[in-house]
Design a protein around this ligand. Structure first.
Ligand SMILES: Cc1cc2nc3c(=O)[nH]c(=O)nc-3n(C[C@H](O)[C@H](O)[C@H](O)COP(=O)(O)OP(=O)(O)OC[C@H]3O[C@@H](n4cnc5c(N)ncnc54)[C@H](O)[C@@H]3O)c2cc1C
Length: 450
């Protein structure tokens, strides 16, 4: 449920002054490193390598491949996955170093991270819940951008209510047959592989109901495999009683596997990175289940906590945008317009507050804490900050903001999606109310069969 929109923060050479992560950090191995030295190394490398001209949009076929090349350049320099263990191409960097890297990355106006769904969402999930075999097999090609991942969670009738998803995994010899429809998958039109949630019946066995929408379709591509039971059913009363989260399973599949059809969705701006994914008896081996069958919801919530906070939207992005806004104000603002000056200051303060909050989270994680429902707080904060910041820039620019290709306008359009992707802000507010503030839970009547 992700996207990039890095262009909104991109401006080569803008330094984020006065806000930098400084000092020392203790790595997972106990070694003390100087964040300042690391920051200087990153800054120098970026100054020498960031393309002078912005790459074409990552949501176009050409732009996607250009961004893949950039990822490879980062990987060759040992900068693609700095927080990962060295055996997977990382540097065992601490969270503070990683935050410093992000600040430098955005301040330098470096290209969008085309591999972000894999790097920032799936990888942490594999470190927490995957097997050694999965990490060894999947992480190195992910780090080199040889395999770029898409997130296949949302469905036509399961967005906010993700657990209502209808895509199915039916046990078969040596693996699973996947069927169903996923939608709004960012860059799935060009990506290589996807991670998704699918429903199996309790115990990993398909229920004995009639198949969804008629007999299970035969895959037009690839060998037909005989399911280890009957075809999947629409959710029945038994499943609803058992709970919507039961049977959800976290599975990995190839976007060019037999039985997969990817249909691009054209966005308002004409780009086609978004896609629908149709799965028609797609075989995946048992080795591509993350966690155990039926554990998908718990594991998905682990992915979601990274998506809403810390790893997907680090403070560097907003610090760089706020620095650009201050610079725009200094260049174009009317000193007598104190109301706008106040909005500029608020945006800068908001970015700085998010940075401090994130550092506190990093310290908590370093002490063995976990990233849970609190990520929802950060998600509401950064998404609303992003809109306010861009609206202020557009007001400063006036009619000039309308010029096509104007970065603030592109950034604004993308910022508008912030309260939607990674789980809408309405849903995050419910999470905050119930799980952080302990307010009474909203009663949720059983969902009627669709
Ligand atoms: C830019 C972008 C990138 C995305 N990338 C991906 C991706 O890579 N992979 C992926 O799987 N999905 C992706 N998504 C999809 C995204 O996760 C969903 O759009 C989102 O979860 C909302 O689901 P929906 O669109 O079905 O809206 P709905 O769930 O139909 O919601 C419609 C409105 O009703 C509100 N609402 C719904 N239920 C409640 C409730 N219980 N209480 C209060 N309000 C409620 C919502 O907040 C929303 O305002 C992306 C979306 C965007 C905009």
């Amino acid at each position: 449920m992700t996207d990039t929109g890095v262009t909104d923060t991109a401006v080569t050479g803008t330094a984020v002054t006065g806000t930098a992560v400084t000092g020392t950090a203790v790595t997972g191995t106990g070694a003390t490193v100087h964040v300042g030295e690391f920051r200087a190394e990153v800054r120098d490398w970026l100054a020498a390598h960031v393309p002078a001209e912005p790459l074409p949009s990552v949501d176009t076929a050409e732009g996607f491949e250009r961004h893949r090349e950039w990822e490879r350049e980062l990987a060759a320099a040992g900068l693609a996955v700095i927080s990962w263990p060295a055996e997977y191409g990382g540097r065992d960097a601490s969270l503070l170093e990683w935050l410093a890297f992000e600040e430098e990355y955005y301040a330098a106006g470096a290209p969008a991270r085309v591999g972000q769904n894999g790097l920032f969402l799936l990888a942490p999930t594999l470190f927490a819940h995957g097997t050694r075999e999965q990490r060894d097999r999947l992480l190195p090609p992910m780090a080199r951008a040889d395999e770029i991942w898409a997130q296949a969670w949302s469905e036509p009738e399961a967005g906010s209510d993700l657990a209502a998803l209808r895509s199915r995994a039916v046990a078969t010899d040596g693996g699973w047959l996947l069927s169903g429809t996923k939608t709004w998958s960012s860059r799935a039109a060009f990506a290589d592989r996807a991670f998704g949630l699918f429903r199996v019946s309790p115990g990993g066995r398909p229920p004995g109901d009639p198949p969804l929408g008629g007999p299970a379709p035969q895959s037009p591509r690839g060998p037909a495999r005989k399911p280890r039971g009957q075809a999947p059913s629409a959710p029945g009363a038994d499943e609803r009683a058992a709970g919507k989260h039961e049977g959800l399973t976290y599975l990995l599949f190839g976007l060019r596997d037999p039985g997969v059809t990817v249909r691009p969705i054209r966005q308002l701006g004409g780009e086609t990175g978004f896609a629908e994914i149709f799965l028609d008896d797609v075989f995946v081996p048992d080795a591509n289940v993350v966690g155990a069958p039926g554990e998908g919801w718990r594991i998905a919530m682990s992915t979601a906590s990274h998506e809403r906070g810390l790893s997907l939207r680090s403070p560097g992005r907003f610090l760089a945008a706020a620095a650009r806004l201050v610079e725009l104000w200094q260049r174009t603002g009317d000193p007598a317009d104190t109301a706008t000056a106040q909005r500029v200051a608020d945006a800068w303060i908001g970015a700085r507050a998010y940075q401090l909050h994130t550092r506190a989270t990093a310290a908590r994680l370093a002490d063995g804490g976990t990233l849970g429902a609190e990520a929802s707080l950060g998600k509401v904060f950064w998404s609303e900050l992003d809109i306010a910041l861009h609206e202020t820039a557009l007001d400063l620019l006036g009619p000039r903001a309308e010029i096509r290709g104007e970065r603030w306008l592109e950034g604004y359009l993308f910022a508008l999606a912030g309260p939607i992707y990674a789980g809408t802000n309405e849903i995050q507010r419910t999470v905050i109310a119930e799980r952080l503030l302990g307010l009474p839970r909203i009663s949720r009547a059983p969902r009627a069969a669709r």
